[in-house]
Design a protein around this ligand. Sequence first.
Ligand code: SAM
Length: 250
Amino acid sequence: MRLDVVTIFPEYLEPLNVSLVGKARTRGQLDVRVHDLREWTHDRHHTVDDTPYGGGPGMVMKPEPWGEALDAVIGSATEQDEAGPALIVPTPSGRPFTQALAVELSQRPWLIFAPARYEGIDRRVMDEYGERLDVYEVSIGDYVLAGGEAAVLVITEAVARLLPGVLGNADSHRDDSFAPGAMASLLEGPVYTKPPEWRGRAIPDVLVSGHHGKIARWRRDEAFRRTASHRPDLIERCDPSSLDKGDRAI
Ligand code: SAM
């Protein structure tokens, strides 16, 4: 998968060199290219923002540098990139970033990120590229960050771990919270490792019973209990047929 990020803070994307994403880059599973938006400005001060039409506080990112930058990145497509990119614009006013959207994005061969600063990017940029590409305006949560770079890191990590071969154990995301499947609407329950007792706290006996059916039942019950406690909205919204008799008894 190819990822391009256009930003006024290229150094903010340094974490893309470490851990899971960094290793995926080293192995050639991810081709990440970070670009400085100011390279596509033409004045002495490398200006990327201006005052908002209609008045109001704050500044708005100008359309010209974004247009030139995105044209250059899109124009750098090689034969390998023939499926074309999708443009991801992080914004608190976007659609919520969910695991389902991470799965959808992980199936695209090329993502271009346009993280903004100030009050965001002039609307005409999204309208212009929306006529040529799939544009995803995405919010990572109901809060406001100072800029979209942290959102790019979040989205990239969630997408990268779904790419084939990126996680050491391909089954690792099967039981994750929000993963598609039997536990789709449930959060993951508690997990334990060795030693069997720590500071007088023992692990649940069932986990060393060797009884796969009972372990599965316990995991399901714990997932249900945790979801009911932390995210009752997920249970209210789920398809009732995805719940089983045991869930209702909890
Ligand atoms: N005035 C804007 C609003 O209320 O929608 C907020 C702009 S915010 C200060 C600057 C930039 O940070 C946004 O354009 C976006 O790129 C990024 N950002 C802030 N919060 C975000 C969130 N929850 N999800 C994704 N991106 C976010």
